[in-house]
Design a protein around this ligand. Structure first.
Ligand code: PMP
Length: 431
C-alpha cells in the first residue's frame, strides 16, 4: 500500500474501522463513518460523489466555508516562507500580527496572548494562569475552580475536571481528577427577564469558598456541548460582580461562542463584561488548522511574572505555528472585512423561520435560535445511527447528540441551502 490514492472506498472504510478511533466512538462496535474527499463552500463531497450541505461548520470552526480563496492564499504564502518554527527565543510576523489583532478586537483589558494547539489546551493554559497567579501572589490556598453544571470545556484532564460531572462521567476518573465546585446551571433564558434566584447557587458557593477559589470558568451566554442552552446576560453580570467582590478570577471560555456566533463578536459583550482570562479556538483559523489562544489582562500577567518562577510555566512545541497563525490572521481579517453582524442576523432570522414549524410536533420540547445557532430539542434522545443516515439521505450534514438536533452553519451559507437544511431537520424530527 504505497499510495493512498489507490485505496478503494471499501478498503479505506475497512482500514478505518480496523485501526482508527473516532471521537467518542467504540472500536468494537464502530458506527459508520462517511468518507469525505473534498469540501468547497458549504458542501462536503463524499467518495461516491454525493454532496452534503454542511450544517455544522466542522464543529463550529469553518465559518467562511471550505476551500476559501483568501485562506488558501494565506496558507500558500506562509508555506513558501515557512510552515513552522519554534517559538522559544524566536518570533515571526504571523504570530505578532494575529496577537495584535486579537488584542484589538477582544475586551480592552485583555492584552497578553498565549498561543496553543487546541481548545482544550487553551483551557488548560487558562487554568494554569489562574493557579500560578494566586501562587505568585502568596495565596497558595487558592487552587480550586468554580464552574457551572451542564458546562463543557474540553477533554484533557484539567478541562475535563470542569465539565459537568455527570455528562463528563467524572466517576470513571474520580481518583485522578481535581475536585471543583459546580453551581446550578443558569435557568433564565436569553431574552427573558432575569430571575434573581437563578444566581443563588453560584452566590452561595462563591461566598462560602472564595478563600480557596482561584477562578470561575464558564461558557458565556451559550452552554454548548452541555445542552445548547442560551442564558441571560444578567447571570453573567452577577458572576462578574461576585468575582470582583470575592477576589476570584473570571475565565471566559469563548472557544465555541467567539467570532460572531451569538450575534456579538464575543458573547461577553452581551453582558458588557470583561473576563480576566479569555479562551479562543475553533473558528480562529476558519477551520483550516488547529490553533487556540488564551488572552489575559495585565493583572494576571504581571502577577504571574512577578512571582516565584518569574515566567509562565507552559510552552508547547507547536506554539504559534506560523501556518496556523497566518491563516487565523487572514480568517479574522476576512470576517471583520464583511458586514458579519448582518450576515449573522440574516442567519438568525432564517433559522428561526425555518426551524419554528418543529415547535408544533409532539416529539419536540423546544426550538431556540441565537445568532447563527439553531436548536431543536426533542423529548427523547435520538437514535444516532438511524438519524445520521436519514440526514445524509436528505443531503444534510449535522450530528445530533442526546435530545439535540442543532445546526451551526458556515456564515456564508446561501438562502436556498439554509432553507433545505432547516426543512430537512424539521422533517427528520417529525416522528
Ligand atoms: N471549550 C468549549 C466551550 C468547547 O465547545 C470545546 C470543544 N467542543 C472545547 C473547549 C475544547 O476544544 P477542542 O475540542 O479544540 O480541544
Amino acid at each position: 500500500m504505497s499510495d493512498n490514492n489507490l485505496l478503494s472506498t471499501e478498503q479505506l472504510l475497512a482500514l478505518d474501522k480496523q485501526h482508527i478511533w473516532h471521537p467518542y466512538a467504540s472500536m468494537i462496535d464502530a458506527p459508520p463513518v462517511y468518507p469525505v474527499v473534498s469540501a468547497r463552500g458549504v458542501r462536503l463531497k463524499l467518495a461516491d460523489g454525493t454532496e452534503l450541505i454542511d450544517g455544522l461548520s466542522s464543529w463550529w470552526s469553518a465559518i467562511h466555508g471550505y476551500n476559501h480563496p483568501v485562506l488558501n492564499q494565506a496558507a500558500k504564502e506562509q508555506l513558501e516562507a515557512m510552515s513552522h518554527v519554534m517559538f522559544g527565543g524566536i518570533t515571526h510576523p504571523s504570530a505578532v500580527k494575529l496577537a495584535k489583532l486579537l488584542v484589538d478586537i477582544t475586551p480592552p483589558t485583555l492584552n497578553k496572548v498565549f498561543f496553543s494547539d487546541s481548545g482544550s489546551v487553551a483551557v488548560e493554559v487558562a487554568i494554569k494562569m489562574a493557579l500560578q497567579y494566586w501562587y505568585s501572589m502568596g495565596r497558595k490556598e487558592k487552587q480550586q475552580l468554580l464552574t457551572l453544571k451542564n458546562g463543557y470545556h474540553g477533554d484533557t484532564f484539567g478541562a475535563m475536571a470542569t465539565c459537568d460531572p455527570v455528562t463528563g462521567m467524572h466517576h470513571m476518573f474520580s481518583e485522578a481528577l481535581p475536585k471543583h465546585l459546580f453551581a446550578d446551571a443558569p435557568r433564565t433564558r436569553f431574552g427573558d427577564e432575569f430571575d434573581e434566584t437563578d444566581i443563588s447557587s453560584f452566590k452561595r458557593l462563591i461566598e462560602k469558598n472564595h478563600q480557596s477559589l482561584a477562578a470561575v470558568i464558564l461558557e458565556p451566554i451559550v452552554q454548548g456541548a452541555g445542552g445548547m442552552n442560551f442564558y441571560s446576560p444578567d447571570y453573567l453580570k452577577r458572576v462578574r460582580q461576585l468575582c470582583n467582590e470575592y477576589d476570584v478570577l473570571l475565565i471566559a471560555d469563548e472557544i465555541a461562542t467567539g467570532f460572531g456566533r451569538t450575534g456579538k463578536l464575543f458573547a461577553c459583550e452581551h453582558a458588557n463584561i470583561e473576563p480576566d482570562i479569555l479562551c479562543l479556538g475553533k473558528c480562529l483559523t476558519g477551520g483550516y488548522l488547529s490553533l487556540a489562544a488564551t488572552l489575559c489582562n495585565d493583572k494576571v500577567a504581571n502577577g504571574i511574572c512577578q512571582g516565584e518562577a518569574g515566567v509562565f510555566m507552559h510552552g508547547p512545541t507547536f506554539m504559534a505555528n506560523p501556518l496556523a497563525t497566518a491563516i487565523a490572521y487572514a480568517s479574522v481579517q476576512l470576517l471583520l472585512s464583511q458586514d458579519w453582524q448582518q450576515l449573522v442576523k440574516n442567519l438568525e432570522t432564517q433559522l428561526l423561520a425555518g426551524l419554528s414549524p418543529a415547535k408544533a410536533f409532539d416529539t419536540v420540547n423546544d426550538v431556540r435560535v441565537l445568532g447563527s445557532i439553531g436548536v431543536i430539542e426533542l423529548k427523547q434522545p435520538v437514535d444516532m445511527a438511524v438519524i445520521q443516515k436519514q440526514l445524509v439521505d436528505r443531503g444534510i450534514w449535522v450530528r445530533p447528540f442526546g435530545k439535540l438536533v442543532y445546526t451551526i452553519p458556515p456564515y456564508i451559507i446561501g438562502d436556498e441551502d439554509i432553507a433545505t437544511l432547516t426543512a430537512g431537520l424539521v422533517d427528520i424530527v417529525k416522528n
